[in-house]
Design a protein around this ligand. Sequence first.
Ligand code: DGL
Length: 265
Amino acid sequence: MNNNPIGIFDSGVGGLTVWKTLLNTFENESFVYFADNNNCPYGNKTNEEITILSKAIVDFLITQKCKIIIVACNTATSAAIQKLRAEYTIPIIGIEPAIKPASILTKTGNVGVLATQGTINGGHFKNTSEKFAKNKNVITQIGYGLVKLVEENKVYSEEMEVLLRKYIQPMLAEKVDYIVLGCTHYRLLVDQIHKITGGRISLLEPSEAIAKQTEKVLSELNLLSDTSNRKTQVYTSGNSIELIEQILEQLEINEEEEIEVNRFV
Ligand code: DGL
């Protein structure tokens, strides 16, 4: 089972940013990435809807012989991870906004959090904020419309810039020194955000921590791969092959990397 792939999923292309960090961390691991572009965004769906979609994806990743699953979506983690862990024996790793490191690192005591409606209103985020950021000024902002624009291949559009300005300017007015990117899609917006903040604000996202955690779990279970011919299979439930190829370019994935992008039918 060691040389079986790591399964990753997201509502769309956002989780590819997590996959990129995993590629850089693991030399020998293969991946199956599932982008649920057809049902994206998840941010305004109910927990029940997201749980049903997530279970169907986990079932698919299991048929692909994945040895571990990474939920590269903050919204799906918040909505469904407990139920997934209760139902499946395969190890499942989730992702959540980096509010704890932000609370430790902030010097101004003001921290911005940009995330989806599902994540910000979810019980998980509320608990973590209360636990780790009780004495900080946390300015939360739902990133209405951002995921949709990313999925429409409009990362560098005027519309994107207008929305980001609207969401980030109030944070700057509150003198935040850290902004937590609480949605994996938003990591694709880093250039745009730096343009607005003049690069003065640090952006935090947890994919390094996810990679470390994955390494820990795989090594504890003796599941680290030992083959050097790794590859990645990407599946999209939508019509998003072109978008995915565009994002692979934006992420500057090495052209030598063996990647196959397929439509899931
Ligand atoms: N990338 C997902 C996340 O991290 C996006 C959620 C959505 O589809 O709205 O939350």
